[in-house]
Design a protein around this ligand. Structure first.
Ligand SMILES: [Zn+2]
Length: 297
């Protein structure tokens, strides 16, 4: 009987499940609206039922959840998950493990994207930073050969650094976070105000030379370069839905980042890799993380 691992990628919109065996064969991909379980009175119980349906098909050595929020340093407790309030402030891994009688672990979803991207490199680097720009700004820190979570689980929240002269309220509760001006959310709001007739996917194709869009790229480059100058990683991995939009000015972004990197070593040494995430990447990364976590179990 083969051992399998189950990766569950929980996003604000969709929840994806996928199984992997020891020879990294994938099976059983499922995608359901997150609201289908998160809006129920017993949301955690509904999530357990959803996971149990996947576990019925094959014996599973462990389940790894990816969540778009802040987890405790030991990654047992969800501390802040504004988009899925049903799981907010609960020991989700332990509760699910109890309900399912299977080991359950969890991590930030962006770390699973990053793990997948890291494993595509010729060798695992010592130091790498992932920046995934979607609805918000996903940031993953791989330092000294492992993910860095911070003292309280709050590391890699670069979207919430304060941006000068910005009075926008952020979903995190603070005022003036960089993410309020530099995210897919901002782009959607800008498009609704300035060009409601343009399909959002065509934003860069049609309005890429608008001064507001050029400023958006400039802000993004400054935010990323700041982190590069603090951490000096070997690799910068850039990805996310915004960068995958048609005609996104990737070359301009890279030029602007490089222009702010401290000479000589950070500027000359940084390797930039573009992530080519698909619908399956988050839960594939979660499967690989489960294998690493539960291999000895
Ligand atoms: Zn914030």
């Amino acid at each position: 009987m083969t051992t399998t691992w189950l990766g569950v990628d929980i996003g604000g919109t969709s929840t994806r499940l996928l199984q992997m065996d020891a020879s990294q064969q994938w099976s059983g991909f499922r995608k359901v609206p997150t609201a289908s379980w998160a809006s129920q009175a017993d949301a955690l119980g509904a999530l357990a039922t959803l996971i149990a349906e996947s576990l019925e098909t094959q014996p599973t050595a462990g389940v790894m959840l990816g969540l778009p929020g802040i987890l405790s340093r030991d990654r047992q407790h969800v501390l802040s998950l504004p988009f899925i309030q049903a799981l907010d402030d609960r020991p989700v891994a332990a509760e699910l493990s109890e309900m399912l009688s299977v080991p359950v672990a969890m991590d930030k979803d962006v770390n699973h994207l990053m793990l997948w991207d890291l494993l595509q490199l010729p060798a695992l680097p010592d130091n790498a930073v992932g920046l995934y720009l979607g609805t918000g700004m996903g940031n993953s820190l791989w330092l000294n050969g492992k993910f860095y979570h911070g003292q309280h689980g709050g590391a890699g929240e670069i979207g919430h650094i304060p941006w000068a002269d910005n009075q926008q309220p952020c979903p995190c509760g603070n005022i003036g976070c960089a993410e309020t001006l530099t995210s897919g959310n901002w782009l959607s709001r800008w498009a609704a105000q300035h060009c409601p007739e343009t399909n959002l996917s065509q934003l860069f194709s049609v309005h890429g030379d608008h001064p507001d869009i050029l400023s958006f790229i400039d802000r993004l480059a400054k935010i990323i370069a700041s982190e590069m100058n603090i951490l000096d990683p070997e690799y910068l991995i850039l990805g996310g839905g915004v960068l995958a939009m048609p005609d996104f000015p990737l070359a301009t972004l890279q030029q602007k980042i490089t222009g702010h990197l401290r000479p000589p070593v950070t500027r000359s040494g940084l390797k930039v890799m573009i992530s080519h995430a698909t619908d399956h990447t988050g839960c594939r990364g979660a499967c690989l993380a489960a294998q690493r976590q539960f291999r000895s179990a």
